[in-house]
Design a protein around this ligand. Sequence first.
Ligand code: PYC
Length: 317
Amino acid sequence: MVPMLQRIKVIDSHTGGEPTRIIVSGGPDLGGGTLVEQVAVFRDRFDGIRSAVVNEPRGSEVWVGGLLIQSKDPACTTDIIFFNNAGYLGMCGHGTIGLMATLRHLGIVEDGIHRIGTPVGVVTARFTDNRRVAVENVASYRFRSDVTIDVPDYGRVIGDIAWGGNWFFLVKNSQEELCVSNAGHLTNVTQRIMKTLQSEGIGGSDGPIDHVELFTRPLNPDNHSRNFVLCPGGAYDRSPCGTGTSAKLACLAADGVLAPGEVWRQEGILGTVFSGSFRNDEESESIIPTIEGEAYICGEAELILDSEDPFRMGITS
Ligand code: PYC
């Protein structure tokens, strides 16, 4: 029998070191439901495609993928569903910056404000410079402050729980050294924090915590803080994390430490920076964060899924 080859065209970029792989053609048709319903179809019927795109042998646990979907809202440039090795993301800040670079690379967008539909709401994005993109994220807020947990064989950890398009536990009392050479230890520590949160049933207002964030002083004194972010699939974010920075801004706003319009420069584990600021949401107690960073296109490829390849849907264990 002749093997069947499924072809999926992707464009790769990285935002502050964190990669994004956008499916631009050959992806699954998720039907005409809402984006939340389309995520359910993706998960139930096409989860193998998610895995094929981001997992080995074509990717690794670091990758965030995105499926471009034509929006039903004429005011939106596109809709997007982000995903990774573990499942689906509500929003992705670095991914949206990478998406804009991809859309410009394809000649689909120019300067101006672009509305982008995500499963957790519409965000807007615009180029502020050749490769720099500012993303106005979904409304973000601190849900709980000073949550104390005892992590077995580690100690007492105190943190805030905040929404920035995903749910974050933002550790306030970390003494860890946040550098790449320490990434293995940091991953281990944040995974144990995550496990303790899960075993104690601690989550966000409408879902489990999916990211854990540590902070320390920045290496570059021009910045305000340095972070390490554990993502749901066990990889750490190479960038300062757009939704994580949004969650941080929500906490800073709630503490009265940062005023609307003031800039917060969040340094990530590689030293790359997202500039963040916020305005108050007129309709709620939340803030509307804006995150700015830069992305580079780093690949253009056709993925081939060979019906005879035992790993055509990615290596999952
Ligand atoms: O930038 O929001 C983000 C993000 C989430 C997971 C990885 N990056």
